[in-house]
Design a protein around this ligand. Structure first.
Ligand SMILES: [Fe+2]
Ligand SMILES: [Fe+2]
Length: 178
């Protein structure tokens, strides 16, 4: 298995969440309401799975290794674009959380903001995934030998092993502060 395989498999699960969000958006528009718990679940998936676990491997391992290579101008440009898109995703998610809190507190005008942020996520994310799957991952593979690629795969697995512990340690830390 090549190192990019787990990243591409993760993209498929992220796409399933995007599809669920697309369906929920249609319901928000027809019923003029949203279940804030659904938004919490989507945010948890985006933050813990898509951002920390998935973007974490991209940024902390793949991109970090690529930054040490002599990348072509085009590959460097695309990598910087991908990093900016991760940041944009985080900002959009933060705005979604803020809108959901306002909605929970009875602010009906927050519904439009929730819908807008969900819409933004389902529009921008598939393009980001496609750019990685079809352009950046194949291009970046050329900078590594087979052995280096396998070392990276092992680093990905080691990174993943930390994630469940990180999530629940954080949850306990947060709970104890309540
Ligand atoms: Fe990415
Ligand atoms: Fe990705």
């Amino acid at each position: 298995m090549q190192a990019r395989a787990p990243l591409m498999i993760e993209h498929r699960l992220i796409e399933r969440m995007l599809s669920v969000i697309r369906d929920s958006l249609a319901k928000i528009k027809s019923k003029h309401k949203v279940d804030p718990v659904f938004v919490d679940i989507a945010v948890d998936f985006i933050r813990v799975y898509a951002d920390r676990t998935h973007h974490g491997k991209e940024e902390d391992i793949l991109f970090r290794k690529l930054k040490k290579q002599r990348l072509s101008a085009e590959d460097r440009r695309v990598m910087n674009e991908l990093i900016e898109e991760h940041t944009f995703g985080r900002q959009t998610t933060k705005a979604l959380v803020d809108a959901n809190t306002r909605y929970r507190n009875g602010d009906e005008t927050a519904l439009a903001d929730i819908a807008e942020k969900l819409q933004t996520l389902i529009l921008f994310y598939p393009k980001h995934i496609e750019k990685e799957d079809k352009v950046f991952f194949p291009a970046s593979r050329a900078y590594f030998t087979d052995e280096e690629d396998q070392t990276m795969l092992a680093e990905f697995w080691a990174f993943d092993r930390k994630m469940i512990h990180e999530k629940y340690t954080k949850m306990m830390n947060d709970l104890e502060l309540l």
